[in-house]
Design a protein around this ligand. Structure first.
Ligand code: B12
Ligand code: SF4
Length: 371
């Protein structure tokens, strides 16, 4: 019964737009639990305290649902038509990572997984639970165990068919599906392109990421001030980073995404920094409504834009930067001070004379004290 039903699930998932579907049990999960423990011990999670808090549950899918016996793994291709490595050269525009230039994938994928869950419940006695990204469950290890691909040296799943551009979605079931035989091969070979291209040197060794240094973490998850040493390395990346994915040679087999629900929103691609920095809070909310960028919040959005402005070398952005020196958020003021220093030392000195004595926040004063 199970194999036939798996074919039906696969057909149905394809009709919903998933390109890949595989199944696994959790028998070989212990190596991943050990890696997770090492990640926690080294504090690589930074301000993502939720990883640490629920790490014991995250160690094994059974901890989230004792009756779980198999995981159905779904892959959705989001391959770009353009080359991210060329786009980061457009210094006076903001680079939003490929996954975030569209409707929030959490919502799109969850809706699809729920339909599959209903399909399973309506056609069998099997019980299911649906996950994408946010639950304390390790999705990449499940995808690797299922043989959808392998965890590459950039720590993400690489697929022979779609390269590094696959979103993952998981359904746990209380039914023990026959596990598809695993081809144990990791196909990275001696290639280390992803580890070498990383602007912030975030890989402590292949397969091991210090998330605190990753630009994706810094621009999306990190809530407070971004350390000075990382700011120039962030370039024009205002939300996420794709360098390690984009450089992967397996992308030569990648295909451009085809799901219309995940179509690229052109208003999110390489917009001029000048128009982004001048968005007021309401326009920010409107422009990014329904996309992952919206969850960043206005202050952190401006923090990121000002870092990109500081890296742009574009003197026409000086006035917009000065206009943020009075912003009510210290996060924004601090980055406006930093950006101004990068763009014009003379103007920085003039503004410092006007504002330094009045500034109460120690972090902002620290930025003025650069000179
Ligand atoms: C936290 C998180 C982040 C954090 C930390 C990333 C990380 N590598 O852990 C940050 C914010 C940095 C991040 C960034 C990104 N993320 Co993210 N993220 C997650 C999340 C929520 C949890 C991941 C996790 O458990 N990390 C904890 C640590 C312990 O895991 P790990 O680094 O992956 O370590 C594993 C391997 O490295 C391996 N390992 C460790 N040591 C060794 C040694 C050897 C020899 C070997 C072989 C293996 C090995 O085993 C470890 C345990 O699995 C998942 C969703 C989920 N629930 O799983 C999405 C997820 C991993 N992210 C995803 C994406 C798309 C991204 C970005 C590309 C987004 C972007 N463009 O900005 C970047 C990629 C950056 C990168 N190089 O990883 C996708 C990845 C899809 C895929 N094909 O793999 C996921 C699965 C979301 C989804 N549902 O699609 N992310
Ligand atoms: S996403 Fe960018 S910063 Fe993060 S590990 Fe990959 S290359 Fe490095």
């Amino acid at each position: 019964m199970s194999d036939i039903f798996l074919n039906e699930i696969e057909e149905y998932s394809k009709s919903l737009g998933f390109q890949d579907f595989k199944v696994t049990n959790f028998k070989d999960f212990s190596i991943y639990s050990n890696n997770l423990r090492e990640f926690i011990k080294n504090k690589f999670y930074g301000e993502m305290g939720w990883i640490k808090e629920k790490s014991l549950i995250r160690e094994n899918p059974k901890n989230i649902w004792l009756d779980a016996k198999s995981a159905l793994v779904f892959g959705l291709n989001y391959g770009p038509a353009t080359n991210p490595l060329l786009e980061i050269k457009n210094r006076n525009t903001g680079y939003i990572s490929i996954y975030a230039r569209r409707k929030d994938y959490h919502k799109v994928i969850k809706t699809k997984l729920k339909s599959i869950g209903r399909f399973i419940s309506n056609n069998s006695d099997i019980k299911v639970k649906v996950f994408v990204d946010t639950a304390p469950i390790m999705e990449k290890p499940l995808a690797e165990l299922s043989n959808m691909g392998w965890i590459g040296k950039h720590t993400n799943l690489v697929s022979k068919k779609y390269g590094s551009w696959l979103f993952l979605g998981i359904i746990l079931t209380n039914y023990s599906f026959k596990k598809i035989k695993k081809d144990k091969k990791n196909n990275c070979g001696s290639c280390k392109a992803c580890n070498e291209v990383c602007p912030t040197n975030a890989f402590i060794s292949p397969y091991k990421l210090d998330a605190r240094k990753c630009i994706s973490y810094l621009t999306i998850e990190h809530k407070s001030h971004i350390k000075k040493k990382y700011r120039p390395l962030i370039g024009n990346r205002i939300f996420g980073c794709d360098d390690c994915l984009a450089v992967c040679p397996w992308n030569k087999f990648a295909r451009t995404h085809s799901d219309i629900k995940l179509d690229i929103n052109k208003n999110l691609v390489l917009q001029p920094l000048k128009s982004l920095v001048n968005l007021d809070e309401e326009s920010f909310r409107k422009k990014f409504s329904g996309t992952p960028v919206r969850r960043l919040g206005y202050d952190r959005f401006l923090r990121n834009i000002l870092i990109a402005i500081g890296n742009s070398g574009d003197k026409s952005l000086v006035e917009s930067t000065v206009s943020k020196l009075e912003h009510n958020s210290n996060l924004v003021r601090a980055m406006a001070v930093w950006a101004l220093f990068q763009l014009s030392i003379n103007r920085f000195k003039e503004e410092k004379k006007l504002r330094f004595e009045r500034e109460k926040d120690s972090r902002v004063r620290e930025e003025w004290n650069i000179r």
